[in-house]
Ligand binder design. Structure first.
Ligand code: ADP
Ligand code: MG
Length: 369
């Protein structure tokens, strides 16, 4: 076979990709996206939403029910996995246990009959980038989890594929190591040009690594945007609740004649907007002000409630406040406060800036404005 190795420049285009296993199990629903050269797209969503299925469709490990996969100018939909020049990294590393690190990294190139001298050069180049040079003679069983995952990434990189696919590659690593390898991945993939599609259920990975994020739920694309947009302008209540930790406060409220009602407090909605009868107020914990006097009443909503929970996160403190009239709760996050600053049961005033509020349709969950 001809090498099929390019300089790693190609665009990946998914056109109306659809996969159903049965009338009830449709993990990918009419999904379209173009991932440019050098772009890092993350598929983010809870377990079972269809992320791996989508990745396996791109890789050629699953056949789509409908739709097309275009790489560069080539329609690869009818091609098998081995003819697509795609490299995939799995959560489980999938290394050959009986082979050395060197042989594992070289295996894909040997299959493609790349000359041995080229293989040696490429493996050593990538091993250097990933800090694997001293480990090339070891077997996978003699490596830590982080080292194994680096080998799996290295094996993908030496291939110089047209597209990189990674399926939860950090999930098997403990928290500290995950942060370190995440930072390494960001550097490694920033210095190459092929499109990357990365699957995770971890919003921090999605936010830190990606140029764009596709949020998926139950096979449906919820939002496709930059990490900043996903965070600051979530397209619906699902995205609002899924992205952000601690979670956005989401408070269902009745709505009448241009106002939402939180107990006795009227919250004005943007003028000229006809809101549905049920509306959900979204406010991020960092935008809930605690016990602030002298705020401009035309710009903020003042509330009063009882402290229901104080959680010390080490560098930050979470304070939850229960509203007296309707048992709704707001959580605020602050830089670490002395332990006795707030006492459970105390009454406290809250301020919520109008401009930090998000509004969602109470029925559909869609962002309203
Ligand atoms: P994720 O990677 O987001 O956790 P998956 O893509 O693995 O989700 O799975 C999405 C849905 O498709 C799940 O409900 C799963 O049970 C179903 N599914 C995946 N593979 C198959 C299969 N081969 N046959 C039937 N159902 C499948
Ligand atoms: Mg999966």
């Amino acid at each position: 076979m001809i090498l099929g190795i390019t300089d790693g420049m190609a665009q990946l285009e998914l056109r109306h990709l659809h996969k159903s296993y049965s009338p009830k199990v449709i993990p990918v629903k009419d999904f379209s996206v173009t991932v440019e050269d050098g772009e890092f797209l993350t598929l983010l969503g809870p377990s079972g939403c269809g992320k791996s299925t989508l990745l396996r469709l791109i890789a050629g490990l699953e056949v789509p029910t409908r739709g097309q996969i275009i790489i560069g100018n080539r329609d690869v939909t009818p091609l098998g996995a081995s003819d697509r020049n795609i490299a995939m990294v799995f959560q489980s590393y999938a290394l050959y246990p009986h082979m050395t690190v060197y042989a594992n990294m070289a295996s894909g190139l040997r299959l493609r009959q790349v000359p041995e001298a080229d293989i040696q050069q490429r493996v050593h180049d990538i091993a250097q980038i990933l800090g694997l040079e001293a480990l090339l003679d070891r077997k996978p069983s003699q490596l830590s989890g982080g080292q194994r995952q680096r080998v799996a990434v290295g094996r993908a990189l030496v291939r110089r594929p047209d597209v990189f696919l990674l399926d939860e590659p950090l999930s098997n690593l403990d928290a500290l190591l995950r942060e370190r390898v995440r930072a390494e991945l960001k550097q490694v993939f920033a210095s190459q040009n092929a499109p990357v599609v990365y699957v995770t259920h971890d919003q921090v990975e999605a936010m830190t690594l990606s140029s764009r994020v596709a949020v998926l739920y139950d096979g449906d694309l919820q939002q496709l945007d930059s990490p900043q947009q996903i965070y600051s302008r979530p397209a619906n209540q699902f995205v609002a609740g899924f992205v952000g930790s601690p979670q956005m406060n989401l408070i269902p409220l009745p709505c009448q004649q241009g106002y939402a009602y939180l107990g006795d407090t009227r919250i004005p909605l943007p003028p000229g907007f006809s809101a549905p009868e049920q509306i959900t107020l979204g406010i991020r914990p960092e935008h809930v002000e605690l016990a602030i006097a002298n705020t401009d009443p035309s710009q903020t909503i003042a509330l009063s409630g009882k402290i229901s929970l104080v959680e010390n996160l080490g560098i930050q403190t979470l304070v939850s406040v229960l509203m007296p009239t309707n048992s709704q709760e707001f959580t605020a996050i602050r830089a670490l406060l002395p332990v006795d600053t707030y006492t459970i049961g105390d009454t406290i005033d809250l301020c919520i800036p109008l401009q930090a509020m998000h509004w969602f349709d109470g029925q559909t969950g869609d962002r309203l404005f």
